[in-house]
Design a protein around this ligand. Structure first.
Ligand SMILES: C[S@@+](CC[C@H](N)C(=O)[O-])C[C@H]1O[C@@H](n2cnc3c(N)ncnc32)[C@H](O)[C@@H]1O
Length: 420
């Protein structure tokens, strides 16, 4: 079976998450091709795609590949598919039985940036539409917006394309077109609910988006049912996502207000998502002394956003940045030393540190991270060699961390996975 996983905006993080989740779930699979947009995987068994989609914060769509069509490099995607989309093929493999007016969407994804595909989705869609109309089937086509080749999850959901017809996808490499249909898309409304409907939100602390919290939890590659600690739990986003993924969660924070907020949020979350009681505990504590309140508890992994320092509307002076780095590295050095008391050898810590955005592609990173190796931790390489070969576009720092940033933010997050 072949599937395409369509990657979110911070594609390196999305790919790292896919690698971790397939490994954790023991899904026998092989990555065939990958780009910044899509990962093509081959599996021995059919994927439980709905479950997988819910678990992957960085994947926005899962596509079932129905056929792989050969293509010459110079051929356009439409030319390669000119004999493929016959009405009988479409009726048999693509369209759902739906008695009302059918809807279909069309998206093109590229496995190589060099492929010229401007206008291809519209041409493909018109061809499909005409073919079916000639058979007396009335249907409406939904095309990507002018400057895009693919429909967003929002467009697919809002137009009810999966219920009323098909979201047809062509994923092109220079020599192949993988053709298939969308099985499911990311439930953006639910992620929004898990973020904005919580009773306590503190914008000043910088809220971690639930998707990113989910990715960070997944990067710990921990079997379900184990216990994750977030010693800088803030509003409890990481705890919430850990619980939803099937873990037990422990949280602590130095601030009483944060703990009260996390309590209120997790209570809301437990009711909203019908979570059984006893899945989490919260304590007031500094991270540097966190072994005390959780004495006797087995902690399998630590996942934490950590304190990022002040948030800024514009890039602060370098002296201010250096002072922040100094303070935060002291805090982390002490906290990492403390974590040694509660973590077994081989356990992982996923955490983020601030990275200051200089311009749209340059960052000022922590200059000194020796405190990690000085304490006997090693930074994990998140990509096996086989994946690196297929995915030369991976964007990581020299020290194997990955940056998550948002357009409007000066303080980005540098995400590390380290091993005790
Ligand atoms: C960036 S926020 C965490 C945000 C959280 N991940 C969320 O999405 O809600 C950082 C938190 O670290 C806490 N904090 C700062 N210094 C701390 C320390 N030394 N020990 C424990 N918590 C600390 C702050 O009170 C704050 O709640």
């Amino acid at each position: 079976m072949i599937y395409a996983l369509i990657l979110g905006r911070v594609y390196t993080l999305s790919l790292a998450e896919i690698v971790a989740v397939l490994k954790r779930g023991n899904v026998p699979s092989k990555i065939l091709e990958a780009s910044e947009e899509a990962v093509i995987i081959e599996t021995e068994q059919p994927l439980d795609f709905e479950k997988l989609q819910k678990e992957l914060g960085g994947t926005i769509q899962i596509v079932k590949i129905i056929d792989v069509i050969k293509k010459r490099e110079k051929d356009s995607i439409n030319f390669a598919l000119q004999n493929y989309f016959t009405p009988s093929k479409l009726k048999k493999d693509y369209f759902k039985d739906y008695s009302g007016k059918k809807q279909f969407g069309i998206s093109v994804f590229l496995l190589d940036k060099k492929i010229q595909a401007f206008g291809e989705p519209r041409r493909l869609g018109m061809f499909i539409k005409k073919g079916l109309q000639n058979q007396g089937i009335s249907l409406r086509a939904v095309f990507p917006e002018f400057n895009s080749l693919a429909l967003s999850s929002v467009a697919i959901t809002k137009n009810q394309i999966l219920q009323k017809g098909a979201s047809i996808c062509a994923i092109a490499s220079p020599i192949h077109v993988y053709v298939g249909k969308t099985l499911c898309v990311q439930d953006f409304e639910d992620y929004g609910r898990r973020d904005y409907q919580r009773p306590m939100r503190d914008e000043k602390q910088g809220m971690l988006p639930p998707k990113v919290a989910q990715i960070m939890v997944n990067l710990a590659e921990l079997p379900k049912g184990k216990t994750i600690l977030d010693p800088f739990c803030g509003a409890g986003t990481i705890l919430q996502e850990a619980i939803l993924l099937g873990y037990k969660a422990l949280g602590s924070d130095i601030s009483k207000t944060a703990i009260r907020g996390a309590e209120a949020n997790l209570e809301w979350f437990r009711n909203r998502y019908k979570i059984a009681p006893g899945k989490y505990a919260l304590e007031l504590s500094s991270a540097e002394a966190v072994s005390e309140p959780f004495k006797g508890k087995k902690i399998d992994s630590i996942v934490s956003e950590g304190y990022l320092g002040p948030l800024y509307a514009e890039l602060p002076k370098i002296s201010e940045i250096n002072a922040n780095f100094e303070q935060i590295s002291h805090m982390w050095a002490k906290a990492l030393e403390e974590f040694k008391k509660i973590l077994e050898k081989g356990s992982k810590i996923v955490f983020s540190m601030p990275a200051y955005k200089k311009n749209f592609r340059e960052y000022i990173l922590f200059p000194q991270i020796d405190f990690i190796s000085n304490l006997g931790y090693t930074i994990e390489d998140l990509f096996p060699t086989a994946v690196r070969k297929i995915a030369p576009f991976i964007k990581e720092t020299e020290r194997h961390s990955i940056i998550y940033d948002r357009k409007d933010q000066i303080v980005a997050r540098e995400i590390f996975v380290i091993k005790n």
